[in-house]
Design a protein around this ligand. Sequence first.
Ligand SMILES: Nc1ncnc2c1ncn2[C@@H]1O[C@H](COP(=O)(O)OP(=O)(O)OP(=O)(O)O)[C@@H](O)[C@H]1O
Ligand SMILES: [Mg+2]
Length: 294
Amino acid sequence: MKQVSAATAEVAMPARDRSRAFGAILIEQGRLNPADAEEIQRFAGANGMRFGDAAIRLKLLTQEDIDFALAQQYNYPILARGGANGVSDDVVAGYMPQSDSVEPLRVLRSQLAHRWFNDVDHKALAITSPGRGEGRSWLAANLATVFAQIGERTLLIDADMRHPSQHMLFNLSNSIGLSALLTGRAGKEAACRIHPQLRLFVLPAGILPPNPQELLGRPVFDLVLERFTDQFDVIIIDTPAAAETADAQIVARRAGGALMLARRSVTRQAQLVSATQSLQQTGVKLVGTVYNEF
Ligand SMILES: Nc1ncnc2c1ncn2[C@@H]1O[C@H](COP(=O)(O)OP(=O)(O)OP(=O)(O)O)[C@@H](O)[C@H]1O
Ligand SMILES: [Mg+2]
């Protein structure tokens, strides 16, 4: 009996301490009063919930409060911008995480955490949109960054073998990437860690094959994803324009879920409807739609 309770205490202690630290950050900032913090703590304990989820359920904190506390708690590094080793201007969540354009990404992160990544079988998510230049790569890079900032082990895969860009966004070589993994010429180590204090890894597209569709269609892609799921909590996959080839559909089917992006004044409605239907017809779960106002 004694041993069992001791073991339970050992497991429970860190979680409780973490919640206290979380509450303390918000109390210090005047976003929460101590009595409410106690109530949240009690409710979380009684229902086996995380502090943040309990606070939202009780309507004592907003998602914004939770994200703020998480950033403080995880104390993530700010990535360098430009230069020989920095990320590109596009990876704004990395070098300017408090900017206004990053806030909607954090809201999206928490929606996805509740709607998709809350299931152990849902680790991968394809970022899709019908046409060129609609912001898929921008969204994939920044979404992966904000997930890594809350401590999720995050992998960003560039599966756009038509117009790859993640290697440029993160200033990486594109000589070894997904194409090498799919042809058995490289292993998981091809994914590059972006910063020692951030669990964000990027797998570039790699050398472009003559026939991307054939390569992405190989069953080995499933094995590659399976191997990565042991190592990562969140896998974000950038894809080519869905209206142009079947690549995006193939990749989304492997991921199991997709986010559909539409860009203001760029995306055509008919193409959006058609791309969405094609995904759904192949059994892909459409986790959500994002409207890019940029
Ligand atoms: N929300 C945004 N905020 C800032 N810049 C954005 C945003 N969305 C798109 N952009 C800019 O628009 C351009 C096109 O975006 P991006 O490369 O992400 O599109 P894409 O859909 O991946 O295009 P492609 O078909 O070339 O793969 C980029 O230069 C990017 O900087
Ligand atoms: Mg792109």
